[in-house]
Ligand binder design. Structure first.
Ligand code: MRU
Length: 340
């Protein structure tokens, strides 16, 4: 199954707000609907947002009356969510072909879709080899946050893709997703994906994650990324930073898995990354059921930034950067996209 694809002149996407109860596709042909779907997290996860951005430009190009209006529309799309660099990256890459016409834009968007599929396989292989070198047990127990699986990409996933690879290779003891308040991507989406795979897992509430790392419950923590700054600081779902702090104290490897398209060398450090605040509604209620008194004020950062000194390694589709050994994004050369 593909989480997002192009069919019949429009975008097919899994409506992730309905999971785990209902698996339903939406067919999107209007830019405003796509922007709304991005903002309400019907489509989400950095790599999937990159594909959504590029396919969105294909929608724009197909109905554009002139190049200038198309560019204005593309700007609205690229600003739909600010933190994941993949969205603006996908929009900008497709936009470069605008003057060649709608077919060229669509070709570029489909190339981004196809590259994502290959990148996820490659990250799984690089990541699994890395865990083998770091974990001394026969079978690995891996903690993770949010959803970084096939639902966050086109087919297979980044951090959860590594966990899937380890499972397929026969040495996953247990995955431990944290539930990921406020929108429960860990509980609703990651638990659902692990169940679909038939992989062993147990779900934890967010606040149990750091303590369970201190108690030695996991051999590694794997997270995805929404934006990796040039110095390796990594923005990812809120809750990543507290796991990183706890992992460091417990001596547990903390590994970031993301495609090269999530690396943003134009952003010097995590301090420069804009963090989306998603407002009150998600904090004062859980899935529509009010949990805080009427009128409660909130703070709702959708992401946090893990400083690079808490990260053991960054795994991309082209390389492994061993931050703990002093390697940097600038110092490690690109290798092949792996298929085996
Ligand atoms: O708000 P979301 O659900 O889009 O947040 C997603 C994450 O934080 C993921 O960990 C990240 O995008 C990487 S997805 C492979």
């Amino acid at each position: 199954m593909r989480t997002i694809d192009w069919n019949d002149g429009g975008i097919d996407l899994v409506d992730q707000t309905l999971l785990p109860e209902t698996l339903e596709m939406r067919h999107v042909t209007e830019l405003d609907d796509l922007i709304r779907d991005i903002q309400r997290l019907a489509v989400r996860g950095a790599p999937a947002l990159g594909v959504a951005g590029a396919l969105g430009v294909a929608l724009i190009a197909a109905s554009a009356t002139d190049v200038e209006t198309a560019r204005v529309d593309a700007k609205r799309l690229r600003e739909a969510r600010p933190t994941a660099v993949n969205l603006s990256w996908g929009v900008d890459r497709a936009l470069k072909r605008l003057e060649e016409g709608p077919q060229a834009v669509l070709e570029e968007a489909l190339a981004i879709r196809d590259e994502d599929i290959l990148a996820c396989t490659s990250m799984g292989l690089y990541g699994a080899d890395l865990v083998r070198s770091l974990v001394s047990r026969d079978k690995a127990r891996v903690m993770t946050v949010c959803n970084t699986g096939g639902l966050a990409t086109v087919e297979r996933g980044t951090a959860l893709g590594v966990i899937q690879t380890i499972f397929e290779q026969g040495w996953l003891k247990e995955a431990q997703p944290i539930e990921t308040r406020p929108l429960l991507q860990g509980a609703r989406l990651t638990a659902w994906e692990l169940q679909q795979m038939g992989a062993p897992f147990r779900l934890l509430v967010d606040s149990a994650g750091p303590f369970m790392l201190a108690r030695g419950s996991a051999d590694a923590v794997f997270i995805g990324a929404d934006r990796i700054a040039a110095n390796g600081d990594t923005a990812n779902k809120i809750g990543s930073f507290s796991l990183a702090l706890a992992a460091q104290r417990a001596g547990v490897p903390f590994i970031v898995v993301a495609p090269e398209s999530t690396v943003d060398m134009a952003t010097a450090s995590g301090d420069d990354i804009e963090i989306e605040d998603r407002g009150s509604a998600e904090v004062v209620a859980i899935q529509g059921v009010r949990t805080a008194p009427e009128g409660t004020d909130t703070i709702n950062p959708a992401f946090d930034v893990t400083p690079h000194d808490l990260i053991t390694a960054i795994v991309t589709d082209r390389r492994v950067i061993n931050i703990a050994h002093g390697e940097t994004l600038a110092s490690v050369d690109y290798g092949p996209t792996r298929t085996s």
